[in-house]
Design a protein around this ligand. Structure first.
Ligand SMILES: [Zn+2]
Length: 232
């Protein structure tokens, strides 16, 4: 159970430092504190509703102020925020990310282990976010060079999978574009950047429970199916 000061801090942090919330009522019962209601922008929100907001990482529950003018009336409608003060519109679109399926001469798939949160320590496919004004093909070549010091010499689109990437309490929606890639050589491969280990595993022997991101599980599952079909 949260102490009232901790809870108050969490609520203030969640609402933003300028948000006024009054009417916060705490009562002690067996040394536990219970907030019954709070008032924000003339809107009463029950503690139960607030708990749901706090648990949610969706932008509509985490972003409360216009990033352009700082206005406090910044409602989320459908797929976008619309500022009531300056008319600024912020769309919540999907970001683009890339992943590589790279096989060695034994037919083993190259997997990486995540070095940092989110999903630290889990298995992943090498790749990352596409930079602004960068193509997906350029991004996968750059990421594979940065993470593994490998040069891609051929790439073919394999599939794309939607994903929800939660980072520091906020959901980012992505479209993970996957390529089957060939590299010139593994001789100079070494692990860098945001991965801690590189592993080669037979595609059908990969334990999907060790793979962190749901989209990566789906991609590997599709690749396993593709691999079985290719073997037939
Ligand atoms: Zn505004």
């Amino acid at each position: 159970m949260l102490h009232s000061s901790t809870l108050s801090s969490l609520l203030q942090r969640s609402f933003g430092k300028n948000a006024a919330f009054i009417g916060l009522q705490a009562s002690r019962k067996n040394s536990n504190c219970h907030c019954k209601a709070l008032l924000k922008q003339n809107q009463i929100i029950t503690f139960g509703e607030r708990q749901n907001f706090m648990a949610s990482t969706q932008p509509k529950d985490q972003m409360h102020f216009c990033p352009k003018c700082g206005g406090r009336s910044f409602p989320f409608e459908g797929k976008k925020f619309q500022c009531d003060s300056c008319d600024f519109t912020l769309y919540i679109n999907s970001s683009c990310a890339v992943a590589a399926l790279i096989l060695n001469e034994k037919g083993e798939l190259l997997l990486s282990r995540r070095k940092f949160a989110p999903l630290e320590g889990t298995l992943d496919l090498p790749g990352g976010f596409v930079d602004p004004m960068e193509s997906a093909e350029e991004a996968i070549r750059r990421e594979i060079k940065e993470e593994l010091n490998l040069e891609i010499v051929k790439l073919d689109f394999f599939c794309s999978v939607p994903n929800e990437y939660i980072f520091k309490g906020l959901s980012y929606y992505t479209t993970d574009i996957t390529f089957i890639c060939k590299v010139d050589s593994f001789t100079n491969m070494h692990v860098m950047d945001d991965i801690s280990e590189a592993l080669f595993i037979q595609p059908l022997e990969i334990d999907l429970k060790e793979v962190g991101a749901i989209s990566m599980k789906k991609i590997i599952q599709q690749f396993q199916q593709h691999y079985i079909t290719e073997l037939q």
